[in-house]
Write a protein of this length. Structure first.
Length: 87
């Protein structure tokens, strides 16, 4: 299954989202530096997790006001990461 990258407004938001997802899903979730091709300035941290968590992330945002900027799917084509905006 593909991964998704959730860009955040701060390292604090990224860590909070990661902790909440790990608690709720027990899936591997990591705070990473935002890839250059999708970094629109500001915070350079994002959360990387499974595409299976997409609906849960949107639910967390609506219920708990966990803030994120954008969500991207990540696919590897010919050895290079390609990102698609899902937000």
């Amino acid at each position: 299954m593909s991964d998704i990258i959730i860009t955040t407004g701060s390292i604090t938001s990224a860590v909070r989202l990661k902790k909440r997802l790990n608690f709720l899903t027990h899936m591997n979730t990591a705070v990473i530096h935002t890839p250059t091709s999708i970094n629109s300035g500001g915070c350079s941290y994002s959360v990387k997790t499974s595409l299976a968590n997409l609906d849960l992330i949107k639910k967390l945002y609506n219920e708990n006001k966990i803030v994120y900027k954008k969500i991207y799917s990540e696919d590897v084509i010919n050895g290079e990461s390609v990102f698609h905006d899902l937000s």
